[in-house]
Design a protein around this ligand. Structure first.
Ligand SMILES: Cc1cc2nc3c(=O)[nH]c(=O)nc-3n(C[C@H](O)[C@H](O)[C@H](O)COP(=O)(O)OP(=O)(O)OC[C@H]3O[C@@H](n4cnc5c(N)ncnc54)[C@H](O)[C@@H]3O)c2cc1C
Ligand code: SF4
Length: 331
C-alpha cells in the first residue's frame, strides 16, 4: 500500500485551504471507496485529511420551503431510515437500501457516495491495464474488451464506464442540488450537472475543483417525490452494483400521468435523465402498457450499445416501465 499520513480536520475553512494548496491531499469520510482505491493503486494520495469531525455535516433537516437538506457526513443507513426521507422521497430511501451491504451503509457517507469512482474492472485492476481514467492517455481497455457492464449512452472512445452511485440516480430524478464550499465561497450545482460525461477527459468524474468540499445535498419539495420508486437490477441479490436501475417520481391526474421524473443508472458515465420520455409520458394512462412503452422508447433513439451490452437496451426500457408502474400505483 502507498504510504500516507493521516490527520483530522476541525475547521471547514482550514480543510478547504489545505485541499486547495496540496494536490496530494485527499479528504476521507467513511473510507469505504477511497481505501479500496488506494489498495488497488488507483488513488495514491500522500496525505489523508479526515473530515468526520467537521461540525454540522451529518444533519438531515426539513427546510422552511418543505425541501430537505442532507449533510454530506450523514451515513447512508441513517438517511435510508429517516422518517421524513421515507415519507417524502421513498426513491431516496430505496436507492440507499439497495446499495452496498448493511455494514458498508453504516460507515459510508452521502458525500463519499456521490463521489465514489467507477467500478470498471480495468480501472480498478492493479496490473495497470490501459485506462484513461486511471492513467490519462493510456487508452481504454474496455472499449474493445469486456464491456457487458458498461455504458449505452453518452460514452466516448476514451471511456465507456458507468457511474456507480445508486442514490445519485434518485437525486438526479428529483432535481436535487449539491452545495459546495470552496476557496471562493459557496455555490450550488444541480445533480444533473454535477457528474460529467467522459469526453476526452474521463479522469474527471464531476465538476469539483481542488479545494471544493461538499457541504450539503438539498432536495426540493416535489409533489412527485411521494409517489416514487427505485428499481435496481443486478447480477446477484445480496449486494452488487446496478446492471441497470431506474428512479421514478410521479404525480397523477386520475388514472393518467400528470408529471413524471425519470433517471437511470448503470447506463452512462453519470445518472441519465430520460427527458424525452418524461415529456412523452405526460397524459398517458398508467393502464396503457403499450403507450407507456412507446413513450419510454423516445429516450432510446440515440442509444449506442457496445459489443457486449446490447441486452441493456431492452432491459433498461423494461426496468423504466416497471418503475413507472410501481411509482404510479403509489400516487
Ligand atoms: C463491496 C462494496 C459494494 C458497494 N455497493 C454499492 C452499491 O451497490 N451502490 C452504491 O451506490 N454504492 C456501493 N458501494 C459504494 C459505497 O456506497 C461507497 O464506497 C461509499 O458511499 C463511499 O462513502 P465514504 O464515506 O466511505 O467515502 P470515502 O471512501 O471516504 O470517500 C470517497 C471519495 O469522496 C471524497 N469525499 C468524501 N466526502 C467528501 C466531501 N464532503 N466533499 C468532497 N469530497 C468528499 C473523498 O475524498 C473520496 O475521493 C459499494 C462499496 C463496496 C466496497
Ligand atoms: S471504460 Fe473508462 S474506466 Fe474503464 S478502462 Fe476504459 S477508460 Fe478506464
Amino acid at each position: 500500500m502507498h504510504p500516507f499520513t493521516y490527520s483530522r480536520a476541525a475547521d471547514p475553512a482550514a480543510a478547504i485551504a489545505a485541499h486547495a494548496q496540496d494536490p496530494h491531499l485527499a479528504f476521507i469520510a467513511g473510507g469505504t471507496d477511497l481505501l479500496g482505491l488506494m489498495k488497488d493503486r488507483a488513488a495514491l494520495p500522500d496525505r489523508l485529511l479526515d473530515i468526520n469531525g467537521l461540525p454540522d455535516m451529518e444533519r438531515i433537516e426539513v427546510l422552511r420551503d418543505g425541501g430537505v437538506r442532507i449533510g454530506p457526513l450523514a451515513r447512508m443507513s441513517d438517511v435510508a431510515a429517516d422518517e421524513e426521507i421515507r415519507r417524502r422521497f421513498p426513491v431516496i430511501a430505496e436507492s440507499l437500501l439497495f446499495a452496498a451491504s448493511g455494514q458498508l451503509r453504516n460507515m459510508a457517507s452521502m458525500g463519499g457516495n456521490i463521489m465514489q469512482r467507477t467500478r470498471c474492472a480495468y480501472f480498478r485492476d492493479e496490473d495497470d491495464l490501459p485506462c484513461n481514467k486511471r492513467k490519462p492517455g493510456s487508452g481504454c481497455a474496455a472499449r474493445h474488451g469486456l464491456n457487458r457492464l458498461h455504458a449505452i449512452f453518452g460514452w466516448s472512445d476514451e471511456c465507456v464506464a458507468t457511474h456507480p452511485s445508486d442514490v445519485a440516480v434518485a437525486l438526479s430524478a428529483l432535481d436535487a442540488k449539491v452545495v459546495i464550499r470552496g476557496c471562493n465561497g459557496e455555490r450550488s450545482i444541480s445533480f444533473t450537472e454535477f457528474h460529467r460525461l467522459p469526453g476526452n477527459t474521463p479522469n474527471r468524474d464531476n465538476v469539483l475543483d481542488r479545494g471544493d468540499l461538499i457541504v450539503a445535498i438539498e432536495v426540493p419539495d416535489r409533489i412527485e417525490g411521494r409517489a416514487s420508486h427505485y428499481l435496481k437490477l443486478r447480477d446477484r441479490e445480496s449486494y452488487e452494483f446496478a446492471l441497470v436501475s431506474a428512479a421514478v417520481a410521479v404525480a397523477t391526474n386520475g388514472p393518467r400521468i400528470g408529471s413524471v421524473r425519470l433517471a437511470m443508472g448503470g447506463v452512462a458515465h453519470k445518472p441519465w435523465r430520460l427527458t424525452s420520455a418524461e415529456s412523452a409520458l405526460r397524459g398517458v394512462s398508467l393502464d396503457d402498457v403499450q403507450a407507456l412503452r412507446t413513450a419510454i422508447a423516445t429516450s432510446f433513439v440515440d442509444v449506442r450499445p457496445l459489443a457486449h451490452n446490447t441486452f441493456k437496451i431492452e432491459l433498461a426500457q423494461r426496468v423504466a416501465l416497471r418503475a413507472v408502474q410501481i411509482a404510479g400505483a403509489r400516487a
